[in-house]
Design a protein around this ligand. Structure first.
Ligand SMILES: [Zn+2]
Ligand SMILES: [Zn+2]
Length: 264
């Protein structure tokens, strides 16, 4: 392998990675993973992600309030998120969005926090990392409305990514047009998945790769805690689907990630 991977969404925080993060990162490096991007889900975990990024050169952080946590959060959390977003190892605002599958927070509060955090991203000139589940219509609508006239044309193609993308090829095309990537996890290795069809239609230029560790463990490691080194199974599977080389998958999806998150 000439090229490296970037794990664009990986929850390397305690409690899951409390005891062996150094070993996990060493295995990631051996597998060719150059950078890991660790999202926050509330103010506390956002701060933890930033301090992890300060300690490890290979880690970048995202800061944000997840729709699950919106119910417990207030305006002061958003103000703090905006402040820590200035840190030079914060690559994006995230993860933010809507989750109508669990509905842990009232829908209106989810929408309000999602829109408010898109505004923060625009002010900080950062992309957004979007979580959406059973909520694609509203999510696309809010993204469209909130981004309208917010940004200069030259960074329109760095708007963000829909992580662990659950949508159709048509939805992925709408998002591509709006300046978004869609990102794929170990789900592509599962037997029952429509994601490979979407990937065929969107192509490598439109996608990012992520493990979503510790969740979404790919075949053949199902049942175990997921970790960034497993990204190779996702890359191999996508290479098979697109009838190309794994190296090509790693190269193009890493270029996409470097561009979106403005990594050097
Ligand atoms: Zn998510
Ligand atoms: Zn996540």
């Amino acid at each position: 392998m000439k090229h490296h991977y970037i794990d664009t969404h990986t929850h390397l925080l305690p409690p899951d990675f409390k005891n062996d993060l150094d070993e996990v990162l060493a295995r990631a490096k051996d597998a060719g993973v150059k950078y890991c991007i660790v999202p926050g889900t509330d103010l506390e975990s956002s701060k933890e992600a930033v301090s992890l990024a300060e300690k490890h050169e290979c880690i970048y952080a995202c800061v944000g309030v997840h729709p699950h946590e919106a119910a417990k959060a207030g305006d002061s959390d958003l103000a703090e998120i905006e402040k820590i977003a200035e840190h030079n190892k914060v690559a994006a605002i995230g993860e933010i969005g809507l989750d109508y599958y669990y509905n842990f927070s009232p829908k209106e509060k989810q929408k309000e926090f999602f829109a408010a955090q898109i505004d923060i991203a625009a002010r900080r000139r950062l992309p957004i990392v979007v979580h959406t589940r059973e909520s694609m219509g509203d999510t696309i609508e809010i993204v469209k409305n909130t981004f309208k006239n917010l940004r200069e044309p030259e960074i329109n193609d760095r708007r963000g990514v829909f992580h662990c993308f659950p949508g159709t090829a048509d939805e992925a095309k709408i998002l591509k047009h709006l300046g978004f990537y869609v990102s794929y996890t170990g789900i592509v290795t599962f037997k029952k998945t429509e994601s490979t069809e979407v990937i065929k239609q969107i192509g490598l230029q439109g996608i990012l790769l992520e493990t979503d560790s510790p969740y979404m463990t790919p075949v053949p490691n199902r049942g175990k805690r997921n970790e960034p080194a497993n990204i190779v199974y996702i890359g191999k599977k996508i290479a098979e689907v697109l009838k190309t080389e794994e190296d090509e998958v790693a190269r193009i999806t890493s270029e996409n990630a470097m561009h979106l998150f403005n990594l050097k």
